[in-house]
Design a protein around this ligand. Sequence first.
Ligand SMILES: Cc1ncc(COP(=O)(O)O)c(C=O)c1O
Length: 409
Amino acid sequence: MIPPRIEQTDTHTESNKPRLLGVSALSNKPLKQSIRSTPLTNASDTAISLARPDISQREIDAVVAVLKTPNLSLGPKVIEFEEKFAAQCDTQHAIACNSGTSALHLVLLGMGISSGDEVITTPFSFIASSNCIMFVGATPVFADIEPDTWCIDPKKIEGAITERTKAMIPVDVFGITSDMDAINALAKANGLRVIEDSCEALGATYRNKPAGGLGDAGVFGFYPNKQITTGEGGMVVTDDDSIADLARSIRNQGRGTGAGWLAHERLGYNFRLSDINSAIGCVQLDRLDEILSKRAAAARMYDERFKDEDRVTTQWTTAGCEKSWFVYVVRLNDGYAPEDRNRILDALREQGIACSNYFAPLHLQPFYRESFGFKPGDFPVCEALSERTIALPFHAELSEGDVDRAWAH
Ligand SMILES: Cc1ncc(COP(=O)(O)O)c(C=O)c1O
């Protein structure tokens, strides 16, 4: 019994309001098959969303059940969600919080990273994986990515390490882990901490170990475009007792354990996840295998259509990794200019097919350029990729017809 869904559009900000222009997406090559011959009179009737959550009656019942109790926050559902999550990631601790961004913030605070420290991360990611470094007053240092896996390149990390480097934040880009053996070896050799940003990779594995549990701490986010959602939410996972204790305290206004509601041992925040959100998370986690296999089936529909397509490539999986499908992104070949990509995105949107340019390079965001003097050309592999990506509609309920429409354009 699947109830009507709430449409989820882009990850956070973009409007995918369909417009009708009726132009060809790729003017320098003929379209394989076009629905332009049957123009849409009202694209919004047939719009295909970029992402949407997979919510069943079970999640709805679980929320209603919590609403009938007095424990809407700081109750048993948070603990249940954390226990299930720690088991999923094979870690000692899981600490629920209200977003993936908060989870990153908690880990950096839990590791004592602060002003004067440097943290190395990828420029090809969602902004939070780098902003969190600035939240604690430290400096983000970028290392370019591998051209095929789109994940941070360990060889580039090596050249970015200085005496101020304290940690690395490899991101499991689009559900694929980085080369974690190489990254952990670098960490060991240089006395660095590893924070695995697994916000996009729940269910992925690396050398048979769950993503998130591959470094000193891992983080997840549960925004509705993610593999599982709690509406908004996040999780820290770690085997490190000290990171876990600090994260639990800092998410709860710096309270200690058992010292009382108005006893604050340190500076803290309200990063708590409610029991209502946690109840959704418990069911989503129970349904993880089902959701992941539906997403993998959607990806296979695209793979089948793109397999002989020589104008685009897709992301390679890191050796040893079993990916978890987060988004379906194609990269136009180098022969295409950034303007070609933008024309294609516009044309898809005009046909009511939501799409996005995951990701714009982080170092070229205006406040990064102003704060650190980054400029085009600093991370050429990332920039060449960012200028040519197209994220296509992708979620568990995608139909063959939806995929045909997106592919045909
Ligand atoms: C790689 C990565 N890191 C961090 C985040 C932040 O998660 P949230 O939106 O839950 O704060 C996201 C979410 O989009 C992400 O994709």
